[in-house]
Each structure stands twice: as C-alpha cells, then as structure tokens.
Design a protein around this ligand. Structure first.
Ligand SMILES: Cc1ncc(COP(=O)(O)O)c(C=O)c1O
Length: 501
C-alpha cells in the first residue's frame, strides 16, 4: 500500500464513501464504474460529476432502514418520503429523487414552475405528492411570494395531491379560497431544540407559529368547508448538531402536540419532522435515532389511545450530498519555503474558483473529503490548494480551521484531485450557471444515471466566456442602451434638464 493511501485510510477510516470510491492498481480513483482520470481525459477539467446512482441507493436505503426499525420495535404508524429540492434543484437531481420513489417538497414558486415542466413532459404524474414549505403570502398582491400561493391552488385544481404547510399569516388566505374540492393543509409550529412549553414559548424563530396560534388556526381550518388539516410540521434543526437523545426528546415534545391536536381533529395523519438528517458519510447513528424516536412515538400513541402517525421526512442533503464530486487538475505546485515540518510547504494551484464552487466552506465552515484522482501510488505530501481567483480566501483548507493542509501524492506528473460530497446546497448557494468571482468559468458536468440497472453517462458542456458575457449584459440590449453615443446624448439631455431646474 502506498504511503498516500495508507495515510488516507487512516484519516478517513471505515466510511460509507468506500461503497462507491476505490483505487485501482495504477493509483486512479474510481467512482462506482467510472474512472475519474478517464473522464478528465475525455471531457477535460475542471469537471463536476453527479453520480445519481448514489442518490438512488441512499434514497432506497433510508426507506429500507426506517421500515426495518419500525418492524423491529413494532411501530404501527407509517412513513412518507419527500425530497427537499432546496438541497439541489437541478433537473438531474430532482428527477433522480422522484424516480427513486420520493415525493416532492417545495420551498418556493420556482419549484412549482419546474414541476409544471416535468408534468407537461410526462416525467411526474398526479400520484406524486407535493408538500409546500416556504413563504406563500406577502399580504401585498404585488409581491412575488403571492404567486406561490396562487400556483399551489392551480396545482390543486389540476388534481395534484398538494399540501401547503401554513405558517403565520397564511391561514386566512387559504380558508377564504373558493375551492371546488377539499384541499389538504398542514400547520407549521415554531420549533427547535425545545422540550417543554416554556422553552417553546421563549423560542424565537423565523419559521412557524406559536402553540396558541396553532390552536386558533386548527380551529379556523376545521370551520372552513374545503380545508382538511392533515399535517403537523415541526423541524428541530440539523440532527448532527445535537445529541441524539436531545434531538429525539424535542421531536417527542412536538409529537405530544401532534397527539393533543389529533384528539380534537381526527383528520390529522402526518407528523412532519422536516429535514436535517445528515448524509451517510457523516456516520450518524441513524438506527439509534430511529429506535428512540419510533419507540417514543409508539409510547405516546398508547398514552393518548390514538393511532400512531405517518411520519414525513423531507430530506435533502441525505439524498444529494454524496452524489456530487468536483474534479480539478493541479496546474502548478509552488514551494512556500515553510521551515516548520508540520506545516504544508506546497501551494497546489487548481484550475477553478473554490469560493463559488464550495460556498459552504464559508457559510458553515464545512470541510470536504479530498482525494487524489490519480497517482495515488506515490509518496505523500502536505499541500494547500489555491484557486484561480485573486482572493486570499480562494484556498482550501480555509485559514484558521482545524485542518491546516490536504494530503496529496507527491509527484511531479500531472495530477487531478477530487472533492467529494459536494452534491447538496453548493450549487444552489454558489448560483447555478451564473457569472462567478473573477470571471472564472463554471465546470463542465458529467451526470451518471442508472436506467433499469444500466449506467448512462451524460455530458454537459462547460460554461464559456460568451455565455458569461451575455449573463453580465455585454451582448444584450443593455449594451445598445448604454453605448457611448447614447450615453453622451443622455448625459447632455440630463445636464440640460438639470440646468432648467
Ligand atoms: C423545512 C425544511 N425541510 C427540509 C429541509 C432539508 O434539510 P436537509 O437538507 O438537511 O435534509 C430543510 C432545510 O433547511 C427545511 O428547512
């Protein structure tokens, strides 16, 4: 085993990412059946790889695990699985999640616009259930968010099974609608790391309503002819940031509220815990979480003498994070001359812009697993990655973080590197297909999908300079409007005007 691989294994240890990553005898990295080195030879670098067979496997394994634990502990409720597209709204990801049997969670009107296209192209049908979170009403009819509420109603009228989860200020809009058939709705309670009424009352949250408002709203919904209260939504936070026991205690406090409501409103069926379940590479103890949670729900259902709910999961990053990889070539290695043996001595310059590619590095101080894409048979060295931008933050690892360097094979030859776990949020935060820092182009993309067991690879061209010029307004009407002649005339006109004033 090479020094590089030995250290890499020591650092990463046993991890589910070895389900799909591996090295061959040449030291080339493979993602499932795809050799990254070969892909770069064919399509160039930088390259974004989306292996959606991983998404599919994760989606199916979450379904299997929840059902297995439910069976083990005798949980008699059910499960319903929704893909939270906010994690990655791009077509290959949403389609892969829906094809893997997941339903649809939306966060804005954009989702519904996308879904309409999928529906019209026959890619989803009316059997897909839709849950709508996010702001739906602005109280001001000129505002865009109102379109979200209107679109929800249009989807309902088309025959979709669509459930808006209502927040403060949204109930009256929906209770006043003139609907032709009953519409399922949910209520979102403000929630977080809370375990009793006092903590809930004192919680400051942007999302959801207080318990008093939940009760009032449930009554309004009950009195309205066409709304049916089906869902109670309370999401704690990212599970990874909280001890499992505390996370479950909070959820069960929320579940107690669910049962309290259900005593009065028997139409209630779904207990929606939102997202926040971390991807498998984080090695979270899912089994323990599900064991505590489903046992607690079972106890509550016995205590209240009511049937156990159908639990709704709205998972985003659990499905998508592991499917995304970012591939770069090292353009140059620069010696820094550090004399401290524990410090990295080499800057490895990458052919891209890390700040827009990996924004969670800044937003969440997140670190990514980095792999040599080639030459893994070599000795090892410590490097810091620098990108093509002029920015001091265009580097990896970030300054002043726990990780000070990246391990790489020490070789003079051409080298490619792979950032793993980039499939959730990065693209949505960095801006899909936009113009980026220092004008660095967005990479080409390779999408790997599996159709009935057969792996298919699609290639999407990299952004080019012309596209970016267009995005920046260089080739559009704006250029005409701002052309020098016009601007001069405009200025003369304005000067003349102001002199009159
Ligand atoms: C209401 C809701 N549902 C689902 C999610 C998805 O979370 P994750 O990507 O952690 O699964 C979020 C994330 O912010 C959310 O706010």
């Amino acid at each position: 085993m090479s020094a590089y691989i030995e250290l890499l294994l020591k650092k990463i240890g046993m991890n589910p990412l070895w389900d799909y990553l591996g090295y061959d005898e040449n030291g080339d990295l493979w993602i499932n059946d795809i050799c990254v080195h070969e892909l770069v030879k064919k399509y160039g670098s930088p390259l974004e790889i989306s292996d959606l067979t991983i998404l599919k496997k994760r989606g199916l394994s979450w379904m299997a695990l929840t059902q297995e634990v439910a069976k083990e502990i005798g949980f008699t409720g059910g499960f319903n699985y929704f893909y939270a597209s906010k994690a990655n709204m791009s077509l290959p990801y949403t389609l892969a999640a829906y094809r893997a049997g997941w339903h649809i969670e939306t966060s804005s009107v954009q989702d519904l616009e996308n879904l309409l296209i999928l529906y019209e192209k026959g890619q989803i049908d009316l059997n897909k259930e839709i849950i709508c979170n996010g702001y739906k009403i602005s109280g001001d009819s000129l505002h865009l968010t109102d379109k979200y509420a209107q679109r929800i109603v249009e989807f309902h009228n088309k025959g979709f099974n669509i459930t808006p989860i209502l927040d403060s200020g949204e109930v009256d809009y929906f209770t006043n609608l003139n609907l032709k058939r009953s519409m399922s709705v949910g209520l979102r309670m403000k929630f977080g790391k809370v375990e009793n009424d006092l903590e809930l009352e004192n919680l400051v949250s942007r999302h959801g309503m207080g318990w008093g408002e939940v009760l009032e709203s449930a009554e309004k919904i009950n009195n309205s002819k066409m709304l049916c209260l089906s869902t109670f939504h309370c999401m704690v936070a990212a599970a990874e940031t909280i001890e499992i026991e505390q996370f479950v205690n909070s959820l069960l406090f929320g579940a107690r509220k669910y049962f309290t409501l259900k005593q009065k409103y028997s139409s209630l069926k779904y207990f929606d815990i939102g997202g926040g379940i971390p991807p498998m590479i984080s090695q979270y103890n899912y089994r323990q979480f599900l064991d505590y949670f489903l046992s607690g729900l079972t106890d509550l259902s016995l205590e209240f003498g009511l049937e156990a709910p159908t639990v709704i999961f709205e998972l985003g990053s659990f499905l998508t994070e592991e499917s995304g990889f970012l591939v770069h070539t090292i353009l140059q290695k620069k010696l820094t001359g550090a004399s401290d043996k524990n410090k990295a001595e080499v800057w490895a310059l990458l052919d891209g812009g890390l700040m827009s590619e990996l924004p969670d590095m800044f937003i969440q101080n997140k670190s990514f697993s980095v792999f040599a894409g080639s030459s893994a048979n070599c000795e090892v060295e410590r490097v810091i990655f620098g990108d093509l931008t002029c920015d001091t933050d265009g580097r990896y690892p970030r300054k002043n973080t726990r990780e000070e360097f990246v391990l790489l094979p020490s070789t003079e030859g051409k080298q490619i590197v792979v950032f793993a776990g980039t499939g959730s949020y990065q693209k949505m935060l960095g801006g899909f297909g936009g113009a980026h820092h220092c004008g660095i182009l967005e990479s080409a993309k390779v999408i790997v999908e599996d159709f009935s067991g057969e792996t298919k690879v699609h290639f999407v061209e990299a952004q080019n300079n012309k596209t970016v010029s267009d995005l920046l307004g260089y080739s559009s009407d704006l250029l005409n409007d701002l052309s020098l002649d016009k601007t001069d005339q405009d200025m003369v006109y304005r000067q003349g005007e102001s002199s009159v004033i």
